[in-house]
Design a binder for this molecule. Structure first.
Ligand code: NIG
Ligand code: FE
Length: 417
């Protein structure tokens, strides 16, 4: 029989459990939903939380018994961040394009001339599995160092069978943090295909079955936008993905209102992401649905577009999450502090809403809300420790918020903050 590993974390000054937010499924968040315990202790057995509460109530069997005792020196404990929308696997960069966009050329104009996603595609196809894995590991560690314990990563910079599988296989090789892979073959139409329908047919007939068979992703994303994919063909494609048992999600209504959010609600998608152009009709539908709204303000900053109606979504009762959208084009930053700061400054989200968006709501966006997002018995012991007061989170841009990061109770990053 396997021996139980028992770790008792003690001397926690304040612990944000987010239990209240989890009980409310990440909606209508108030400060009380952070559910803060002062002078707390946390017991971890085999990577999962078995007890959490004030130190003085720690059961005797844990207080005096065996197991490893870790002194957290009166510091603050926060659930590990869940970064739920990234395009972390790519080769090269698009700094030259950034300069063009900054001089007035639009994202769509660049894309129509074969730049944008299609230029990253050439470099990513040409990269070897080894070099892609090495560069991805470095990028992933930058997320971990900021307190990220669950990370979503999309494919989508290869757009052919061989290299999309190469990307997804590289992701399988990364053990820490918890990685959730998403198949984004429908990111753009590669040059080999002359129509949207022909390319989507190739994806659903040839690529998706392999992705499923090889267990490389359980989620399928699509970019619905002028010049990319339409609501009409996306519906058919996503239905096929659902028939294969995959969860679906949509890059929706980012640059223009194209029916992405509506389709997400219609198809019970797990998330709808971007949502800049939505109107009150979509806001109401999203709020009533189980679709998590993933907002990506760093991309809006880089794209110089307006920000999504976060305040209206939150007030209507939608479940709102935040993420970096890290990619070489529209959001070349991995900085969670910037995302949270923009959400507060430009989207008028409160700090408790931002913290919940980056933990509980993001866990919903990935369908892992019963495993991560809050510090409660039965969930993974994924958390970070910070020397600062929680009120200083998402306040100073570029500040590393975590000093130590734990995954399943084991230290995976330390040294800063
Ligand atoms: O989420 N919108 C589509 N995909 C990315 C951009 C990808 C790129 O420009 O390389 C996004 O913003
Ligand atoms: Fe994206």
């Amino acid at each position: 029989m396997k021996k139980t590993s028992l770790i008792i974390f003690e001397n926690i000054g304040e612990m944000l459990t987010l239990a209240g937010s989890a009980a409310k499924h990440g909606r209508h968040i108030q400060e009380a939903d952070l559910t803060i315990i002062k002078n707390a202790a946390l017991v971890v057995e085999n990577g999962r939380i078995s007890w959490v509460g004030p130190r003085k109530k720690l059961p005797r069997s844990f207080a005096r018994g065996g197991g490893k005792h870790v002194d957290l020196k009166g510091l603050t404990v926060v659930p590990g961040f869940v970064e739920c929308h990234t395009h972390t696997v790519f080769a090269g960069n698009r700094a030259a394009e950034f300069e063009m966009r900054n001089n007035g050329v639009s994202y769509q104009e660049i894309a129509a001339k074969g730049g944008g996603i299609l230029s990253t595609l050439q470099e990513t196809r040409a990269a070897s599995s080894g070099s892609l894995l090495a560069s991805t590991k470095e990028k992933v560690q930058r997320f971990v160092n900021q307190g990220v314990t669950t990370l979503e990563v999309k494919s989508g910079y290869a757009l052919n069978l061989k290299d999309e599988l190469k990307i997804l296989r590289a992701l399988k090789k990364i053990q820490r943090p918890r990685i959730i892979s998403t198949f984004l073959g429908a990111h753009a139409i590669p040059k080999e295909f002359n129509s949207e329908s022909a390319y989507l047919k190739y994806l659903s007939d040839v690529v998706l079955p392999q992705v499923c068979k090889q267990g490389l992703a359980k989620r399928v994303d699509i970019f619905i936008e002028k010049g990319f994919f339409t609501q009409h063909f996306a519906r058919d494609y996503l239905r096929k993905a659902q028939d294969l048992g995959l969860a679906v999600l949509i890059h929706a209504d980012q640059l223009s209102l194209c029916g992405g959010a509506d389709l997400a609600v219609e198809m019970a998608a797990i998330s709808a992401d971007h949502l800049i152009q939505i109107t009150s009709s979509e806001i109401q539908k999203l709020a009533k649905s189980e679709v998590t709204c993933v907002l990506l303000p760093a991309a809006d900053l880089y794209m110089k577009c307006s920000y999504p109606p976060a305040r209206k979504l939150c007030d209507a009762g939608a479940r709102v999450s935040l993420a970096t959208d890290y990619n070489p084009g529209s959001s070349p930053t991995q900085d969670l502090s910037l995302v949270g700061l923009l959400a507060r400054l430009e989207m008028k989200m409160t700090l408790p809403e931002v913290i919940s968006a980056y933990t509980v709501a993001a866990a919903y966006a990935l369908g892992v809300q019963s495993e991560v997002g809050s510090l409660e018995p039965g969930k993974f012991a994924d958390f970070f420790v910070t020397k600062n007061d929680w009120r200083t989170l998402f306040y100073a841009v570029g500040e590393r918020m975590a000093s130590e990061v734990y995954l399943g109770g084991l230290l995976i990053s330390s040294g800063a903050n």
